[in-house]
Structures are given as structure tokens and as C-alpha cells.
Design a protein around this ligand. Structure first.
Ligand code: GLC
Length: 548
């Protein structure tokens, strides 16, 4: 069965922040192995591992210096093999992060490429001559500043869409593609079960966007060549294995998604779209402090649900290693009652949609953002560079405004250690943790939630069970109800036999439901209050899933 990805639920592990077993303050592969029973007991089928390869320590492992080596700080290849074997023994599959838009500048390929203009590997990267003595064009890096870096050895610029230490590979060079496919086969032959492909929509950059013409550069994502290369990769590698693939796809429309994630299987199984993560962006991009516009969030998700239905496959996510904690972002973390209610409500709202759900470590506990007080506490290159640009160079934001934005949206919120216990360092490490542990681990931790039937953890387990037991969750179509309502997110899923009715209150006040969204007297599959409540309204942060 090649489409097991449709029934799968994925648990994402950021190994560096999951579990330390050797006291160095960094999580490691053995730490993941140690918690495989916990992951299995959630009911998930797949683990997506953030990058575990040898890297240069600039961007959380997304700056790979050797694709076939494990980062020594995370362990050894033997540890990896053991993790894979132990996962498989429990019926869990492992999906690796595939970071092939760029490599670290420490990668052997780049070291050769930069050596001289006529080096055999010069064409492995995107080198351009200066334009009138300056950057080849106006392309900007996602991590602030120009996307071009001058390399003194040859006086030319190389492209880096992310940090300066992450040089973009030139996918138009066939030897690069062959090298990548070869490496992918190597991991697949080892037994890994698929790939999450980092910023994959960027690989086929249109020539005009990377030309040394002094122009603005343009959009490097979703070029026709990206589709061409993915189809090639599919023919050469993916289609030959029983695996799952998901492409990270910022700035991608539903039309594009239907090509990337077509049910005909010609490119990828699904993509991570970003539109629903941009509803609270503003004048300073993600660093703006915009309140959630619920009708907009609903419109975006409903469009993805309906546009892809029957044609392509969705992924479903609120959290990952690049996003803040959803309970702090779209829910409420002001007190325990609203935190638990809203964490459950958000989970139900997402997990009952069509697509493959992804749970990011700690999300199943209702982990929250971290109270960052000062920029010196930020470890993330994105936040540090943005501070430099927006606060120090341009003065567009005050330090206080930027810190507020970092507390709301910074990627470090997701990277504080996993909260296992109420004890020292939340049970994450015996040493000095590389990132501060959230002080709320005394209340929010796996051990405390484990035995509590009313916990967020128990709720996630129940949601996954509901998906397993009700095919309408996998196959049903999607209809948004009450689209304009500013508090209620309600929808139905129908498969001809059953109707699933999902009603969620995204506010701390009681909210009225219209006739269609009201409880119809069917079977209440799950809710986040102990008693039933009124059929035609929802209490603060209430959610209700009804089956008819
Ligand atoms: C993706 C990753 C992110 C990384 C970036 C550059 O967006 O998820 O963590 O910084 O790519 O590789």
C-alpha cells in the first residue's frame, strides 16, 4: 500500500531539545530511542526527525557539512541504526529531514567549489560576478540582508537564501542532482521511511531571479524547474521505495500544491503550506504583533481543504520547530484552565480536517512559549539577525517591540527543552541545558499528564484514536460553517455515510452557534468540557466533535 501516508499521524522530534542522555546539555539520538514507547503510546505511526547530520552549528542542523555522517553532538551512526531498528520494532517509521537546497559552507563540495573559478565543482553552487562592483542583484536572504556573499578567493559572490554559512546548491547542474539522489538512496537503503524536504520549492530557481543584472531578483520559489526536478527525483528515487514524502513549501498557492502533492504520485505525497501561519503577520512580516483574524484563518484553511480534496493531499500542522507554540499564539496561556481548554480545542480543530496531522514535540502536552526577556537569550540566527536589522540598523522597531515579537513568534519558543517531569531541567538533562527550560515545567510535563485522563496528552491520544476508528476523518469532504464569525471555527466532514460536525470556540467568551453548527443530537466523539452544555452555543474555548 503506497498511500499509507493518508492514514498516518506524524510526531516531529527536534533531537537537540528532546532528551539528553550524556549530560552535555544537548538532546541526542539515544534520548529519542529512550522515549520510543512514549511516542508509540500516543498512537502515531511516523516520526519526523529534524536534521541529525554533521553540521556547522549555525542553523539548528540545517547547515549540513556531511550528509552521510551523524552530528557528533547527537551521537554516532550506530546510535542512529539502533534508533531506526527500535522504532521499526515498535511499528514506527522514521522520516528524515532532507536539506538539499543548500549545504553548509563547510561541506566538501563547497570547499572545492570556492577554491577557484575553474574548479570541477564550481558549478555545484550559484556563483555570480559582481554587478557594477556590488551584489549581483537585490535578492534578500530569509535571515535578513542580501542573499549574496562575496568570497574573497575569487572575487565572486555565492548565493545563500538563508544564513551566510548556508550556500545554495545549483540544481541546474546535473551532477548536483545525481549526488543528492545517490545520498537519498543511501539512506533509503538503510531503511529510513521517507523525507521531509526542506525549502524544496526553491531548488529550481528561475534563471532570471539569480542573474547578475542588478535587478530585484524576484521569486525563487515554485519555478517550473522545481517541478521538473521533483518529477525526476520521483522517477529516479522516490517511486522505487515504499516511503512518505512531504515538502516544505512557503509561499505556495493551492494551484501549485495540486501539482506538488497530486494524488497521481508524480512529485511528493504532500507539502507544508504556510498561508495559515501568515494570518498574524503584518508590516514587519512575522515580527509584527497582529491579533489573530479568525475569519481569515478559516478562509485560508477551508480553501486548502476544498481545493485539494480529491486531487492532492494536505498536511495539517500548527506547531513545528520554526513556529511558536500554538496555544500561546491562537489559544490562551494566561491560566491553566484556558491553556488546557484551548490546547485541546486547537488540536481538535486541526486533527478533524482532511490531511496528515503533524504533532510537534510538547504540543501534545500543551507546551507554551517561553518568556524571553532579552535578545541575549535568543539562540536562533533568524531572530538575532532580525534584531540586528530591524532594531539596530534600521530602527524600525524598538528593542521592547522586538522582544514582544520574539516572545510571540520567535522560533526559539519551539526549541526550549521537552518537558518530561517537574524535576530539575524538566528531566531533559543532568547537565546545563543548551536552551533554558520553561519555568512552567512544574505544571506542564509528560509525567504529570500521563496518568491524568483530563490532560492535553490524553486528549491528543483520543483524537488519534478517533481518526483510526472513523474513515470520515480521512476521506470526508469539508464544508466551512459560519465563515464570518469572529469566534467560532466550525465545519462538517461528510463521506456519504457519516457527517462529522466540528465546532470550536476560539475565544474566552460564550459563542452562539447557527443551526447547522449546533449540536444535532448525534454521538459526541470528543469535547473539552465534562458536561454537555447547550446545543446552540459554546463555552470559552470549548470544542465539540459530533458524529451523525
Ligand atoms: C526551513 C527549516 C528551517 C531552516 C530553513 C533553512 O525553513 O525548517 O528551520 O532554518 O529551512 O534551512
Amino acid at each position: 500500500m503506497r498511500d499509507w501516508f493518508k492514514n498516518a499521524v506524524v510526531y516531529q522530534v527536534y533531537p537537540k531539545s528532546f532528551q539528553d542522555t550524556d549530560g552535555d546539555g544537548l538532546g541526542d539520538l539515544r534520548g529519542v530511542t529512550q522515549h520510543l514507547d512514549y511516542i508509540r503510546d500516543l498512537g502515531v505511526d511516523v516520526i519526523w526527525l529534524n536534521p541529525v547530520y554533521k553540521n556547522s552549528g549555525v542553523d539548528g542542523g540545517y547547515d549540513i557539512s556531511d550528509y552521510r555522517e551523524i552530528a557528533p553532538e547527537l551521537g554516532t551512526m550506530a546510535d542512529f541504526d539502533e534508533l531506526l531498528a527500535q522504532a521499526h520494532a515498535r511499528g514506527l517509521r522514521i522520516v528524515m529531514d532532507l536539506v538539499v537546497n543548500h549545504t553548509s559552507t563547510e561541506h566538501r563540495w563547497f570547499q572545492e567549489s570556492r577554491a577557484s573559478r575553474d574548479n570541477d565543482k564550481r558549478s555545484f553552487y550559484v556563483w555570480r560576478a559582481p554587478h557594477e562592483g556590488k551584489e549581483p542583484n537585490g535578492l534578500r536572504s530569509a535571515f535578513s540582508g542580501s542573499a549574496w556573499q562575496k568570497d574573497e578567493t575569487t572575487g565572486e559572490y555565492y548565493l545563500h537564501m538563508f544564513a551566510r554559512e548556508q550556500a545554495d546548491l545549483n540544481w541546474h547542474e546535473p551532477r548536483v542532482r545525481e549526488g543528492v539522489y545517490d545520498m537519498m538512496r543511501w539512506w533509503l537503503d538503510k531503511g529510513v521511511d521517507g523525507f521531509r524536504m526542506d525549502v524544496i520549492t526553491m531548488i529550481g530557481k528561475p534563471e532570471e531571479t539569480i542573474a547578475a543584472d542588478g535587478g530585484p531578483g524576484g521569486d525563487v520559489c515554485n519555478g517550473e524547474k522545481t517541478h521538473e526536478y521533483l518529477r525526476e527525483m520521483n522517477r529516479e528515487v522516490l517511486s522505487r521505495y515504499d516511503i512518505m514524502t512531504v515538502g516544505e513549501a512557503a509561499g505556495t498557492s493551492t494551484e501549485q500544491a495540486i501539482r506538488y502533492a497530486s494524488l497521481d504520485g508524480s512529485e511528493l505525497n504532500m507539502i507544508f503550506q504556510f498561508e495559515h501561519m501568515e494570518v498574524d503577520a503584518g508590516a514587519h512580516g512575522k515580527w509584527s504583533d497582529e491579533p489573530l483574524d479568525l475569519p481569515r484563518l478559516k478562509a485560508v484553511l477551508a480553501r486548502w481543504q476544498t481545493a485539494l480534496h480529491g486531487r492532492a493531499w494536505n498536511s495539517l500542522y500548527w506547531d513545528n520547530h520554526d513556529q511558536p507554540r500554538v496555544v500561546s499564539r491562537f489559544g490562551c496561556d494566561a491560566d491553566e484552565t484556558c491553556r488546557m481548554r484551548s490546547a485541546k480545542m486547537l488540536a481538535a480543530c486541526l486533527h478533524m480536517m482532511q490531511g496528515t496531522p503533524y504533532i510537534y514535540q510538547g504540543e501534545e502536552l500543551g507546551m507554551t512559549n517561553y518568556p524571553f526577556a532579552d535578545i541575549s537569550e535568543s539562540r536562533d540566527v533568524e531572530a538575532v539577525n532580525a534584531w540586528q536589522e530591524l532594531v539596530e540598523e534600521r530602527g524600525e522597531l524598538t528593542g521592547e517591540q522586538m522582544m514582544r515579537a520574539i516572545r510571540r513568534k520567535g522560533r526559539d519558543n519551539a526549541r526550549t527543552p521537552m518537558q518530561w517531569t517537574a524535576g530539575k531541567n524538566a528531566g531533559f538533562t543532568n547537565g546545563e541545558p543548551w536552551m533554558p527550560v520553561n519555568p512552567n515545567h512544574d505544571r506542564i510535563n509528560a509525567e504529570a499528564e500521563e496518568g491524568d485522563p483530563g490532560s492535553v496528552l490524553a486528549f491528543y491520544r483520543a483524537l488519534i484514536r478517533i481518526r483510526r476508528e472513523n474513515p470520515v476523518v480521512i476521506d470526508g469532504d469539508f464544508t466551512l460553517l459560519m465563515p464570518e464569525d469572529a469566534r467560532v471555527f466550525a465545519y462538517t466532514r461528510c463521506d456519504g455515510t457519516h457527517t462529522l460536525r466540528v465546532a470550536c470556540n476560539f475565544s474566552g467568551e460564550t459563542a452562539k452557534l447557527d443551526a447547522e453548527a449546533s449540536f444535532h443530537g448525534g454521538r459526541l466523539l470528543i469535547g473539552n468540557y465534562e458536561d454537555a452544555g447547550a446545543a446552540d452555543s459554546l463555552r470559552p474555548w470549548e470544542c465539540r466533535v459530533e458524529l451523525e
